[in-house]
Design a protein around this ligand. Sequence first.
Ligand code: SF4
Length: 169
Amino acid sequence: MVYLILLLFLIGVGLLWLARRRQVATGLPPGRVISIDTEHLGRLERSLYDPTLNLAGRPDYLVKRSGKLVPVEIKSARAPLGPYPSHVLQLAAYCTLVHAAYGQRPAYGIVKYADRAFSVDYNSSLENELLDVLAEMRRAERQKPARSHESVNRCRACGFHQVCDQRLE
Ligand code: SF4
């Protein structure tokens, strides 16, 4: 289990490092401040799925701006100076899913914090970054260590019991 925690930690660090590298390379914050009113919008009810990437997810809202679909993600925390790298990657994943589900590639996505919203361009550089991260996560998934015991009780007491595909019932 320690290895699993370590693995999850490394994946998280890897995601942040990749996102941070992109931010430093462009020299620009990844989002522009915009205004958006989500009060009268309906939440997206169903999850979106991309069979090519075997990726599923659901943005909080899907809005139409100038005739184009734009995924919107809501965060309850106050806004940082620019959107967090992990939130930028999450938006990129939603843009990919919208493209797969509706055949229409979003030009950008929106992340809305409690006090401010940012638009994030969904360009080829961000898309490639997302694909790199997904490939890295799948590589890590394939290399995950096997269960090292045969104790049902140990699995039942484990915090990963609900999500672990190696658990003993
Ligand atoms: S559920 Fe069992 S096999 Fe899975 S991480 Fe926990 S102890 Fe290990």
